[in-house]
Design a protein around this ligand. Structure first.
Ligand code: ZN
Length: 143
């Protein structure tokens, strides 16, 4: 016996048992299967639930792979960017706020620097109009 999910021309879905798929085909050709709701005999097999689940699952794993690939590419770019910044700026560490101010007010020769600030120090620099950029990594990672 096979249980089929069936659908009529008006979109009603219902279940029916058949001895075999051949029996279903034969009965449907002879218009012997009727919708229990509207009596229509234009019946089709509805999509079965296990198929839908399978499609969803494989699509999900495909998306996950895409995300992983994107993350890999992003991390590679980030590493390259970090390398570039580190070879093109002077690390002044915790003196960053002082150095940035001295450079901004012309007390020291202008040069690209990097270093650490607290959140308050960064806000102070921004308030004074000193251009700073937060790098998307922590210098503690270098240790
Ligand atoms: Zn119907």
């Amino acid at each position: 016996m096979i249980l089929y999910d069936l659908k009529c021309e008006n979109g009603h879905t219902f279940e029916a048992w058949f001895a075999s798929s051949e029996q279903y085909d034969r009965q449907n050709k002879r218009k012997l299967i009727c919708c229990p709701i509207c009596d229509s005999n234009k019946i089709k097999k509805a999509l079965m639930a296990p198929n839908l689940k399978g499609t969803k699952k494989s699509r999900k794993s495909y998306d996950e792979k895409m995300v992983q690939d994107k993350n890999k590419k992003f991390n590679k770019k980030l590493k390259e960017f970090k390398k570039f910044i580190e070879s093109n700026t002077e690390d002044v560490g915790k003196n960053f706020t002082e150095e940035a101010k001295k450079i901004y007010y012309g007390e020291k020769k202008s040069r690209p620097i990097r270093g650490e600030t607290t959140k308050e120090q960064a806000e102070e620099l921004i308030e004074e109009g000193i251009p700073i950029a937060k790098l998307p990594w922590s210098s503690r990672e270098d240790a």
